[in-house]
Design a binder for this molecule. Structure first.
Ligand code: PLP
Length: 383
């Protein structure tokens, strides 16, 4: 952040936090077994429901997103049970690791990085493994920028009468979720992506079917006992253990901002930023990785024979513009630009302009300004 007074944060998590939310979190910490905290907790849990597309209770946890992923595994799968998971990237792979860590058997549906799973692939896996109790998938696979078709997978899991667990960490608050309509049984998210908060809070909603399965589940859990949390948060208006009080205050403010903008406008703004960034990539002669791109981030393939790490580091260290490279097998090959958090379409001019400067620096030949012009064109077309 050499030349800037603040880093321009375009990482797809953590995402920039609005000043109003930062201020809210600077309030004195209060005790959590109080009517004041209870009112805030009730309010945020209720205001999260439209983001999840559910009328079910949303449960708050003090953890990063992975904690919520682990919580649903521990509450929905018993140690000797089987599950199918979609592995199309780093986070899909994590479902497999979590399922195995809890002593259950994980059947992988392998998806090439950048591709979206087809509902038939999930169906085939369930037919091949009729003992499977659940399917685990990402709505948006942040390591590749790809969307997975949750509504179609929901039809398959309903037909096979298995639980559908969705990681919505870069989907909830990014594009419309219809948890109840799609037949999603567990939907999880975290605070540091679209919810415009620092890391440290996670949220889970469970369907009636998932709640029934949780009450029979023999999976080991203590802190992450979701039925206990639900009882505490719904009936006693407080959390079972000490909550992340300041983050819950921040969430209250962030949800106020989101609902004031209105969800359809939030979704349209994010989509516009994604489309502008995709147009910029194309104008610069670059390809994006996903066949079916998610709106929360844009995953651009680095030019051939150029290490994306060089580009990402130059942007960060020399320009103060933070984007993310690729993970694992995409290390050195991807430039991931986030659209989530306290960002607006004009901010994409900054991101793309810095990308162009870095591309020039690493010796890539392109028409200078072509990416920025593409962003401007997309912005001027409006929402
Ligand atoms: C960021 C992310 C996670 C991991 O969340 P943590 O908060 O780092 O634990 C999981 N899944 C997806 C899709 C993500 O984008």
């Amino acid at each position: 952040m050499k030349r800037n007074r603040h880093p321009y944060l375009f990482t797809p998590g953590p995402a920039p936090v609005p000043p109003e939310v930062l201020l809210e979190m600077a309030r004195p910490v209060i005790h959590h077994r109080t009517p004041h905290f209870a009112a805030v907790l009730d309010s945020v849990r209720q205001q999260l429901q439209p983001l999840f597309g559910t009328r079910q209770e949303v449960i708050l946890l003090a953890s990063s997103g992975t904690g919520a992923m682990e919580a649903v595994v521990a509450n929905l799968l018993s140690p000797d049970e089987h599950a199918v998971y979609v592995d199309g990237g780093k986070f899909g792979e994590r479902w497999g690791q979590l399922i195995r860590a809890h002593g259950a058997t994980a059947h992988q549906v392998r998806v090439e990085w950048g591709r979206s799973v087809r509902a038939e692939q999930v169906e085939d896996a369930l037919t091949a493994n009729p003992q499977a109790k659940a399917v685990f998938v990402q709505a948006s696979e942040t390591s590749t920028g790809a969307l997975h078709p949750i509504a179609e997978i929901g039809e398959v899991t309903r037909r096979h009468d298995v639980i559908l667990v969705v990681d919505g960490i870069t989907s909830v608050g990014v594009f419309e979720q219809k948890m109840d309509v799609w037949g999603v049984d567990a939907l999880v998210t975290g605070s540091q992506k679209a919810l415009m908060l620092p890391p440290g809070l996670a949220m889970v909603a469970l369907s009636e079917r998932a709640l029934a399965q949780a009450s029979k589940c023999r999976g080991r859990r203590f802190y992450f006992d979701l039925l206990r949390e639900l009882k505490s948060q719904r009936d006693e208006h407080t959390t079972a253990y000490t909550p992340a009080v300041s983050l819950v205050f921040g969430l209250h403010k962030a949800l106020e901002l989101i609902h004031a903008e209105t969800l359809p406008r939030v979704f349209a703004r994010l989509l516009l930023m994604a489309e502008a960034t995709r147009a910029a990539a194309q104008a610069l002669g670059l390809e994006i990785l996903p066949e079916n791109p998610a709106p929360g981030l844009t995953a651009i393939l680095a030019p051939k024979n150029i290490d994306s790490g060089q580009i990402v580091r130059y942007m960060r260290d020399e320009l103060g513009v933070w984007v993310q490279g690729g993970q694992d097998r995409m290390k050195g090959r991807l430039i991931r630009i986030g659209h989530m958090g306290h960002l607006s379409p004009f901010d994409m001019l900054t991101a793309v302009s810095a990308l162009e400067i870095a591309l020039g620096r690493v010796g890539y030949a392109f028409e200078c300004g072509a990416g920025v012009a593409a962003v401007q064109r997309r912005i001027s077309q409006g929402i």
